[in-house]
Design a protein around this ligand. Sequence first.
Ligand code: GLC
Length: 566
Amino acid sequence: MTKADIDGPTATGIAGALEATEVAGVLGADATPASGWWRSAVVYQVYPRSFADGDGDGVGDLPGVREKLPYLAGLGVDALWLSPFYPSGGVDAGYDVVDPRGVDLVFGTLADLDAVLAEAHALGIRVIIDLVPNHSSSRHPWFVEALAAEPGSPERARYLFRPGRGDGPPNDWPSKFGGSAWTRVAPDDEWYLHLYDAGQPDFDWSNPEVRAEYESILRFWLDRGVDGFRVDVAHGLVKAPGLPDLGRGDEPLVLAGVDTGPMWDQDGVHDIYRAWRRVLGEYGDDRILVAEAWATEERVALYLRPDEMHQAFDFRYLGAGWDAAAVAGAVSRAVEISSGVGASPTWVLSNHDVVRAVSRFGRADAVAWSAGIGPDDAQPDLTLGTRRARAGALLTLGLPGSAYLYQGEELGLPDHTELPPSARRDPVFRRTGGASVGRDGARIPMPWHAAHPGLGFGGHPWLPQPESYGALAVDVQEGDRMSTLSLYRRALALRRRSGAGAAEFAECRLEGRMLTVTTSALRVVVNFGGDPVRVDGDPGALLLESVPGALRDGMLAADAAVWLRL
Ligand code: GLC
């Protein structure tokens, strides 16, 4: 490949050229050859609580996951990421862990987890689990001991206990979920830090005991055969020395977006990940670390250095909305940044923390993705959102690199945007006094069979399903060649056959609202605009289209995408 014909692959070069609305650049020319399964893997996020319910108690579980493994193999994914299944205090849907070496009774037993691992592996599917190192549950034995112990004790030194300033908290930090990040143990006692809910006290990562504990937890799961870890809040573990004020008054922290301030993305986190990488290295070179780091792309690149993590979600891509220039900018930058550190990009369109793509793309603002959509907000146009999400899926799966899918994305599920307050479980809703409806809408139990109770999920799902989910059930879509599920299956099969995930980037071209990404495997063309656009080249080259008839007489329909043979 030749070098970029824009001003070299620099930040200003790409951003500047993209502002001119038309750009042709050769990207990633220096990328190291792909090696390692994760570099091109399609990873499916299972949110166990809402995936499949094996015992009919209304909460999904590991036997449910086990039963659906053939479905996932049929879909064609390479790996699963299991969101937390650990015994938990129940305040943040499992992200408040009481025992990081166990399985919560509601999800089953360690034997069920072992069975998921063994059967997934037999189907050629790897399994990554969620690791939650920034905080524990307030019911974790260590925190219970800390509360019972004196200020200054070794028990308290595992967390961040501090005396208040006068009657107030030790500093001005807000919790990401709303309210203060500090809770006072008792009048006349210390305060403890929780960047999230009060039931999620932050560990003190300057304490060697905490570091040793997490290395031991890694080994526990590696010994059991997991293929890696999605590292929760990877940018939060180390806080600036002295815990200085943030100085932003009452401004709330963004729920999903780039985090800045003395509690985020401190240089000290990298020592932790280097140590973890060495632990993983003891198990060969196939086990991986995936960072959930809400930092700028430049800073995220640091987590991807060869002796740290293998992947980091590209949240700029996730947040780009239905905007050709923003998406083009995110794609170009991701390729440039990851190739600069010898990693590959990690694309993601949806997860359990953000409004699902169908609902996001179905609103005029298209980027209202972090705070949830409630009954009083403008409701998404689901026909438009579905059409765009299908096109977005073809872009995501056509791009070189790894792609993370969130359960139900392959069905084109929207958010439940009309949940009543009484049904809401996300602590964000409570802690913000309803100002943010929170993330429950993206966490609704999966519809498996249209005619069964709870749409085949089971009797009384822990969150109610919206009416629209019936027509989107797996059994309905399986029989329909035009369904979103069929589109994902075809795209994943073709991605595998064509080597699209492991291909080399060649060019990312933005013309008006049409984005064309050319790789060594295929060409993806997306029309982000509301009018058809002319696509140059051989009309016989059509491999896949996001909607039937997307490409006709050389014209690509509005809000549609195609894969073309080179
Ligand atoms: C991560 C998780 C989110 C959780 C938070 C606190 O952002 O994805 O669901 O609430 O961490 O653990």
